[in-house]
Design a binder for this molecule. Structure first.
Ligand code: PLP
Length: 482
């Protein structure tokens, strides 16, 4: 099918769908139209966002949404799941083949859910199962009250070592306020204070001392690649299970940009991910595991997950089929190339980047040299139509709320077709905004960490320059709503 006839189909499908929706609640139809217009007209640099294909989006809007399917493929607690079995099996097969994983579980509703599945699977496999075996019980229902109490205490007495939030780790990697920090005794590893890079010897020393059951690698805001072979070595040395959360860079793994030691799948016991960031699928999660963890991962629903979202599993199958193409591999390479262009654009204009650059899909810009907090920078950029998110930098003096950094990712604009020149221009626009933003003052007259004053005409100038690039690289080319 030609691009233009496909665009015509998509245009008429969405126009008609919005008409149907509008007959029931016109305000939802209106907001949906406006969301498309807003996304089309802004520079989306949020590192965790992307634009899924119309095929992926449409797959989510079907009657699969109406089906309950608790259980696993061919083994459901509800009748009539034959078609759900088909799409779940397809998604799992694509995931296994794409990532070279022995086992894939496609039910998690999001990345956090996938991590919860992984945690409980590790606890079930490493703590519960050996206890049951020792006691000669088949399942926990057969345990005496005392044995059950002892097991519960043991499950709550395990250790987790993950990357700290300000070094780029995720909340679910053992951050105290998160459930992961409450379920486990937790410790965190950071990055080298001089280079900002992961120091594997320091991770090893901490692991030797702390002896965690779970060692987590993976990140939300670390702009570099990780050597997962080294992380596995460390895990093996201390008897830990290596769990890798590749939520951010799954697209780079799928697209074979990260291979060898940088591909987590052959090295980790369990890999979790989202499907909607660089992987460009529907909003959802996924767990890949070595065979030994498969039975406990399979119990994710209803252990920690609500009933599977069949319409989203169907969309995962479509997205993973897309990710298996050469076109997707080329896209993944462009994500990484564009991140280099963006980083070079900042460096050449004198801006400070955490670790000095990037070799993945994101850069972390330290905005303190502009005299701003991350919150002020984020708000000023938004006023100029540049959508980013504020982020802590290592050992951030402004904490996790105001922060001193801005995280910028290339997956979304790369989907629109932005290349080297556009990303260089994006760096220029961002530096221009930040150079023309001043901190505001609080009611008491002190310097504020939140409010800001953007120079006259800056927002219009930046919006104008962005519009030219965005028009040249339209989102969903040819999609016109009637
Ligand atoms: N893991 C990592 C590394 C993430 O960066 C994120 C989200 O940003 C998540 C998990 C959570 O994903 P979700 O929002 O789908 O639950």
């Amino acid at each position: 099918m030609s691009d233009s006839s496909s665009a015509n189909l998509v245009s008429s499908a969405y126009s008609q769908a919005l008409e149907v929706i509008g007959q029931v609640e016109p305000r939802v139809a209106e907001a949906t139209r406006k969301e498309l217009a807003d996304q089309r007209s802004s520079l989306k640099l949020i590192a965790s966002e992307n634009y899924a294909s119309p095929a992926v989006l449409m797959t989510m809007g079907t009657w699969f949404s109406d089906k309950y399917a608790e259980g696993t493929i061919g083994h459901r607690f509800y009748a009539g799941c034959q078609n759900v079995d088909t799409v779940e099996a397809l998604a799992a097969e694509h995931a296994r083949e794409l990532f070279g994983a022995p086992y894939a579980y496609v039910q998690p509703h999001s990345g956090i859910d996938a991590n919860l599945v992984a945690f409980w699977s590790i606890l079930a496999h490493r703590v519960e199962a050996p206890t049951l075996e020792k006691l000669g019980a088949k399942n926990v229902a057969q345990l005496s009250e005392q044995d059950w109490e002892d097991l519960r205490r043991e499950l709550g007495n395990q250790r987790l070592l993950g990357m700290s939030l300000d070094a780029g780790g995720h909340l679910t990697h053992g951050f105290r306020p998160n459930i992961s920090g409450k379920m486990f005794h937790q410790q965190q590893y950071g990055t080298d204070p001089e280079t900002g890079l992961l120091d594997y010897d320091a991770v090893r020393a901490k692991a030797r001392e702390f002896k965690p059951l779970v060692l987590i690698a993976g990140y939300s805001a670390y702009p570099r690649r990780v050597n997962f072979a080294k992380m596995r070595e460390i895990a093996d040395e201390v008897g830990a299970t290596l769990m890798v959360d590749m939520a951010h860079f799954a697209g780079l793994v799928a697209g074979k940009v990260f291979t060898g030691d940088e591909d987590p799948v052959p090295h980790a016991h369990i890999v979790t991910t989202t499907t909607h960031k660089s992987l460009r699928g529907p909003r959802g999660g996924l767990v890949l595991a070595q065979e030994e963890f498969a039975p406990s991962v399979d119990k994710g629903c209803p252990m920690v997950l609500g009933g599977p979202l069949s319409h989203v599993m169907a969309a995962k199958a479509v997205a993973l089929a897309e990710a298996r193409t050469q076109e997707f591999r080329d896209y993944a390479q462009r994500i990484a190339d564009n991140a280099q262009s963006l980083a070079e654009g900042f460096r050449s204009r004198g801006a400070n980047l955490v670790t000095g650059g990037t070799d993945n899909h994101l850069v972390l810009l330290d905005v303190s040299s502009f005299g701003l907090t991350g919150r002020q920078a984020e708000s000023a950029l938004l006023e100029a139509g540049v959508v980013t998110n504020r982020n802590s930098v290592p050992r951030d003096p402004n904490g996790a709320w105001y922060t001193s950094g801005i995280r910028l990712g290339t997956p979304a604009l790369t989907t629109r077709g932005f290349g080297h020149d556009e990303f260089d221009a994006v760096a220029d626009l961002i530096v221009h905004v930040l150079e023309h933003t001043q901190p505001g003052t609080t009611k008491a007259g002190d310097t504020s960490k939140a409010s800001f004053v953007l120079g006259d005409g800056v927002a219009d100038k930046v919006r104008g320059a962005s519009a030219e690039m965005l028009d040249k690289h339209p989102l969903y080319p040819g999609l016109e709503l009637s």
